[in-house]
Design a protein around this ligand. Structure first.
Ligand SMILES: NC(=O)c1ccc[n+]([C@@H]2O[C@H](COP(=O)([O-])OP(=O)(O)OC[C@H]3O[C@@H](n4cnc5c(N)ncnc54)[C@H](O)[C@@H]3O)[C@@H](O)[C@H]2O)c1
Length: 297
């Protein structure tokens, strides 16, 4: 039987390949026959065909590495898995690594890709409220790849939707909405498919920071429909490999919830989302901290 998940002969770029979902994706892609180009700010413990040390907060570095990789040979897949959790990292770094560079790198690679090639990136179930925050999301998307203009815009208070001050969720909302737009825009022009996954809590190096960032007990109460457990990195990697493979040859513009059903339950009233929402005083505190960081009252 034909194995549609066979990556033999495919050159695959994975960001965040030193840890968690990125590492699992890079390893499984290699096992499936891919030539893996690993990108991370730190060297992966595992050996891949190539490793590029890149700080994804640096726009020029993103541009340079895409040029370098594309100059070295054909690229068939991009899996942008790098990310930062919120709060303990500067807000703008979170927005840049989780969204602006995801978008910029995807757009740059698309210019070197064609029919049969695919991009599958990682967002988060934390993006769930993107429809409610669409005004802010659209405003940021309109700056395209202008990091400076995005930064200036982010300094302005956005009082109508206080949850904007949580940069992690906002970055993930932007990634989802941009992916939906990109599918219509560049799949039509180039044939390159683009999709995104929205994972639930996953046992990676990032998880302890999420636990620290939330109130005590938050993740114990968090609804996990499958065996009441977090997902494993491989359970995030396989859906990415599926989306990047010919098995998904007619799928583009999909936001795939890889959370065991949590978001589906919240969207349909089966799971009560209230305990998962930040209380208003916490949001006010976040807003205050964000304003402090941007040097405003
Ligand atoms: N773990 C979870 O519960 C969870 C849930 C939903 C979504 N996510 C998302 O999944 C993605 C993967 O996260 P993970 O859980 O595997 O975390 P992780 O911390 O294990 O891996 C993240 C990787 O990104 C790299 N990275 C961070 N900043 C970078 C930079 N400036 N330049 C280059 N590389 C950088 C890190 O070095 C690391 O290897 C992220 O986008 C994260 O937001 C995680």
């Amino acid at each position: 039987m034909q194995n549609l998940l066979d990556y033999t002969g495919r050159r695959v770029v994975v960001t965040g390949a030193a840890s968690g979902m990125g590492e699992a994706t890079a390893k499984l892609a290699k096992e499936q026959g891919a030539e893996v180009v690993a990108i991370d700010i730190r060297k992966p413990a595992h050996d891949f065909a190539d490793y590029k040390e890149v700080d994804l907060r640096d726009k020029q570095a993103v541009q340079d590495v895409v040029k370098e990789i594309a100059g070295e040979g054909k690229v068939h897949n991009l899996f942008y898995c790098a990310g930062l959790p919120g709060q303990k990292f500067p807000d703008f770094d979170v927005i840049v690594v989780n969204f602006l560079s995801l978008r910029y790198m995807s757009e740059l690679f698309v210019e070197h890709m064609g029919v049969g090639d695919a991009i599958a990136n990682v967002s988060s179930g934390a993006s769930l409220a993107y429809l409610a925050n669409m005004g802010n999301v659209m405003e940021l998307l309109a700056f395209n790849n202008d990091y400076e203009a995005s930064f200036e815009w982010l300094k302005e208070p956005r009082r109508t939707v206080p949850d904007w001050y949580e940069p992690y969720s906002f970055s993930k909302q932007c990634s989802v909405v941009w992916t939906l737009q990109a599918a219509a825009n560049f799949t039509m022009k180039t044939g390159v498919r683009i999709n995104v996954t929205s994972p639930g809590p996953t046992d990676t190096a990032m998880m302890p920071t999420f636990v620290e960032n939330q109130r005590e007990g938050f993740f114990d109460e968090y609804p996990k429909p499958i065996e009441n457990r977090n997902s494993r990195p491989e359970e995030q990697a396989w859906p990415l490999l599926f989306l990047g493979s010919p098995a998904a040859s007619y799928i583009s513009g999909e936001n795939l919830f890889t959370d065991g059903g949590t978001c589906a339950g919240m969207m349909t009233g089966v799971i009560d989302p209230t305990p998962m929402m930040a209380d208003p005083s916490e949001l006010e505190e976040r807003r205050r901290r964000a304003m402090e960081e941007f040097g405003e009252d």
